[in-house]
Ligand binder design. Structure first.
Ligand code: ADP
Ligand code: F6P
Length: 322
């Protein structure tokens, strides 16, 4: 049986990553395995920032936001010569297996490390919810609650002032945070890459609401599509609403993880260590229909995105009601 397991967090941090780290450490110790943390993701693996930890390390991190072991992006990890340094560092310490907490980019590194002799299992840690074969990712629920709270708060002020507001929501190429937050907050107009509205369509929808005397309008848009300040100016000019714009940005990444994110993180952490003990690697743990499943990283990276167009359509229908 393996005697040592490492754990790292990689890519953009996400609330709940600490709960996953704690779970890996506790599961390992409970099974007689020595746990090691790697600081700053693959960067720390290459630079040998690897430390043995005891149970005290896991004691009070479960409720903390961010990742206490640090995360980083290291594009050079795509090069085999760079990964060889990481493998050499792990082998020198006799660490045979690794839990990688991150998104699909991090999984690609994990898959390559597995092929180089270090069994890796990935856990879905990202606010974006863009791991196609998992219903939810660790961090999504917390970020979603942050966005919904923000939308509730802007509603208070635009309702007072009879205004429209454009809110830009992070999520990289995945519109789930925008779609779910629009659903949960009643944002009247919303647009993502998966179900895109042109600026003209957004303005038309806002104008209809203005003409029907709707007192406040939230336009929730996914990041990296529009210049929201320019869009707000156009809405103001063409609809009659005084309009503001706000970008939520990295506020979405922080904060204490919600109960659901902690629950998913702890359960997935236990499962990952069990799979590594069983001698498996090149796997990723996801949540599918309320069950944890282990899938090949390779197959998961090629899975088609779930089509949510019907969901968009139904929500747009009810938003027309004034
Ligand atoms: P995420 O894991 O959240 O998707 P990134 O896409 O930034 O975040 O990936 C995190 C890190 O994973 C990268 O900085 C890099 O070190 C590593 N990585 C990404 N893609 C690959 C790849 N094709 N091969 C090896 N390592 C990769
Ligand atoms: O993947 C998480 C995420 O927060 C995305 O939603 C966003 O596009 C990106 O990371 C931002 O990256 P950075 O922290 O490097 O600005």
């Amino acid at each position: 049986m393996i005697k040592k397991i490492g754990v790292l967090t990689s890519g953009g941090d996400a609330p709940g990553m600490n709960a996953a780290v704690a779970s890996v450490i506790k599961t390992a110790i409970s099974k007689g395995i020595e746990p090691y943390i790697i600081r700053d993701g693959y960067k720390g693996l290459v630079n040998n920032w690897i430390e043995k930890v005891d149970i005290n390390f896991a004691a009070d991190i479960i409720s903390k936001g961010g990742t206490v072991i640090g995360s980083a992006r290291l594009p050079e990890f795509k090069e085999e010569s760079v990964r060889q340094k990481a493998v050499a560092n792990l082998k020198a310490l006799k660490i045979e297996a690794l839990v990688v907490i991150g998104g699909d980019g991090s999984y690609q590194g994990a898959e390559k490390l597995t092929k180089m002799g270090i069994n890796c299992v990935g856990l879905p840690g990202t606010i974006d919810n863009d791991i196609v074969s998992s219903d939810y990712t660790i961090g999504f629920d917390t970020a979603l609650n942050t966005v919904i709270n923000a939308l509730d708060q802007v509603r208070d002020t635009i309702q007072s002032h009879n205004r429209c507001i454009v809110v830009e929501i992070m999520g990289n190429g995945c519109g789930d945070l925008t779609l779910y937050a629009a659903t949960g907050s009643g944002a009247e107009v919303f647009s993502t890459k998966e179900n895109l509205l042109s600026e003209k369509e957004i303005i038309e929808q806002v104008k209809v609401l203005h003409d029907k005397n709707k007192r406040s309008v939230i336009v929730a848009v996914a990041e990296k599509i529009y210049d929201v300040n320019e869009l707000a100016k156009k809405i103001e000019k063409q609809t009659g609403y005084e309009t503001r714009a706000t970008i939520l940005g990295h506020i979405q990444r922080g904060g204490k993880p919600t109960a659901m994110d902690r629950y998913l993180a702890v359960k997935a952490g236990i499962f990952a260590v069990e799979e590594l003990i069983a001698g498996k690697g090149g796997l990723y743990i996801g949540m599918s229909n309320n069950n944890l499943v282990a899938r090949d990283i390779e197959s998961t990276l090629n899975m088609p995105k779930v089509d949510k167009n019907e969901e968009y359509k139904k929500l747009r229908e009810i938003n027309k009601a004034v």
